[in-house]
Design a protein around this ligand. Structure first.
Ligand code: AMP
Length: 170
């Protein structure tokens, strides 16, 4: 199956100059959605994993499915003010301004092996912030998986030292 056929490119969204990779056609078709999850699960099936974590919002379209198929718990990493119990936060730079993500403090304990999932690797800034949350709680990031990697933005370099996997790259 050609996954790329199910990723739609929308120019100038959400602002001028950005070529947005829309993954909703994947979600629309159960065969390709299952195929994508199967492929990710196949890759990670031999990894030693305690939890799968993913980043709101599009990471939630793939992370929980991968977690369930691997029979592991799922940890949501969310935008500020969404998680009800005690949280820790990480701030990261955007092109304009900053953003924050949070995780429940009791979601990870020291030594837990965490697989981090997101839909797309661009500059790697979001992923770095998620890594810092996991590591602040003394969790170990044993892998980082993406559906799609935008190679030109060199996010992989930003994630040097971590085991990065992407199903497809562009
Ligand atoms: P970055 O922090 O630059 O690696 O950006 C990663 C996050 O932004 C991912 O969660 C993506 O969902 C989103 N993102 C960045 N660039 C794009 C793009 N061109 N198309 C779709 N989503 C994007």
């Amino acid at each position: 199956m050609n996954i790329k056929e199910f990723i739609r490119e929308i120019p100038d969204f959400p602002k001028e100059g950005i070529l947005f990779k829309d993954i909703t056609p994947i979600l629309h078709d159960p065969k390709i959605y299952n195929y994508v999850i199967d492929k990710m699960v196949e890759y990670y099936s031999e990894f030693e994993i305690d939890y799968v974590a993913a980043i709101e919002a599009r990471g939630f379209l793939f992370g929980p499915q991968i977690a369930m198929r691997l029979d592991k718990g799922f940890i949501p990493i969310r935008k500020p003010g969404k998680l009800p119990a005690e949280v820790i936060s990480a701030e990261y730079e955007l092109e304009y301004g900053t953003n924050t993500i949070e995780v429940h403090k009791d979601a990870i304990k020291s030594g837990d092996k965490v697989l981090l999932i997101d839909d797309l690797l661009a500059t790697g800034g979001t992923t770095r912030a998620a890594i810092s949350l996991i590591e602040q709680l003394d969790g170990e990031v044993i892998g980082i998986g993406f559906l799609l990697e935008l190679e030109a933005l060199k996010g992989r370099e930003e994630l040097e030292g971590y085991k990065v996997y992407s199903l497809i790259s562009d």
